[in-house]
Design a protein around this ligand. Structure first.
Ligand SMILES: Nc1nc2c(ncn2[C@@H]2O[C@H](COP(=O)(O)OP(=O)(O)OP(=O)(O)O)[C@@H](O)[C@H]2O)c(=O)[nH]1
Ligand SMILES: [Mg+2]
Ligand SMILES: [Zn+2]
Length: 307
């Protein structure tokens, strides 16, 4: 008899798989399946839908992985060509950012949005720790909120600590599988604990060292927030790799550039200093935010450095 289920957790070669009929079953991969040429360090990730049989010990043996609607990968190391699948079949990627303690940079936010877009995962932004914002940081927030809203990214200012607007976060999550990402210490686990106090995810004081926090959450895990609502609280991801992305491709993942791309004078325009560039013209007219354009340029430079 075969059972279909959803992978909630992966710990080395064992997987926690949830099925309607059997509940939570510990599964491993059938030996043969492991050998199929997959160029990632992990053949199965949280969010995968799998089919398995149950052996005489009550363990599941996974025989099939169903096709993924999308998946999020990151390079195992900077230089390595091998990739690690963080999660599969994700409805939305929610970036938790904080403008202080720790400060999430605009460059990081933009990189994340580009990555999510390249994996065809809709992204949203939560600015957490509103209780810590002084007037100038509030002003920065308002500026960024508008920049991102104008180009189609929903965003929200909350305080997990003070319970401000967590109900909106909850409504974003309901009925979906969401990836919750962000630097260590921005409050991902705190947000989830507030929404569902039964979770009791470990949270930690942001360590004073460089205000960067330390990783309290150590492995990707899919958490059932309520029925049919799942979240993946990923460990403080430093950098979502821009996997195999060519320089010319990067502008396709900037919504404010995407529509104009065919109109530049040169077909292979990188929108840096070329004549007749409609992206530069839009920047000049302030239709493209300077912060966004700066992020774009830094991604192009990084991309060049990888070659
Ligand atoms: N002032 C303030 N502190 C908060 C808020 N949300 C979370 N914190 C604190 O920030 C610290 C880090 O929170 P966590 O929830 O552990 O952060 P995380 O994003 O899960 O971090 P990792 O698991 O390491 O990736 C904890 O001390 C929280 O109490 C907030 O809205 N305001
Ligand atoms: Mg955490
Ligand atoms: Zn151009």
């Amino acid at each position: 008899m075969t059972v279909d289920g959803l992978v909630l957790k992966s710990t080395g070669s064992w997987y926690d798989v949830k099925s309607d009929s059997k509940g939570l079953i510990k599964c491993r991969l059938r030996g043969k399946l492991k050998l199929i040429g997959i160029e990632t360090t992990n053949p199965i990730a949280v969010g995968d839908h799998v089919r398995f049989t149950i052996d005489e010990h009550g363990d599941g043996i996974i025989s099939e992985i169903f096709p993924r609607t999308n998946y999020l990968i990151r390079k195992s190391t900077k230089k390595s060509s091998q990739a690690h699948i963080i999660a599969a079949n994700i409805d939305q990627a929610i970036l938790v950012a904080s403008l202080i303690y720790p400060r999430t940079s605009v460059g990081f936010i933009d990189r994340y949005l580009v990555s999510a877009d390249s994996f065809r995962i809709p992204a949203k932004i939560i600015f957490n720790k509103s209780d810590l914002l002084n007037d100038s940081l509030l002003e920065l927030h308002d500026y960024l909120a508008k920049v991102y809203r104008d180009i189609g990214y929903e965003n929200l200012l909350i305080s997990a600590e003070k319970d401000k607007d967590l109900n909106i976060v909850k409504s974003w999550l309901t009925g979906k599988k969401s990836l919750i990402s962000g630097h260590s210490g921005v409050g991902k686990s705190t947000i989830l604990n507030r929404i569902n106090p039964d979770l009791q995810l470990p949270t930690d004081k942001v360590s004073d060292f460089a205000n960067k926090g330390k990783h309290t959450t150590t492995f990707a895990q899919m958490i059932e927030l309520e029925k049919n609502t799942y979240v993946i609280d990923t460990p403080g991801i430093k950098e979502l790799g821009l996997i195999d992305m060519e320089s010319w491709e990067i502008s396709h993942y900037f919504p404010e550039m995407r529509d104009k791309l065919g109109e530049c004078k040169f077909k292979n325009c990188l929108h840096i200093n070329e004549p007749g560039c409609v992206v530069l013209e839009a920047l000049e007219r302030e239709e493209i935010a300077e912060t966004r354009y700066d992020s774009y340029v830094s991604m192009i430079i990084d991309d060049d450095n990888r070659r």
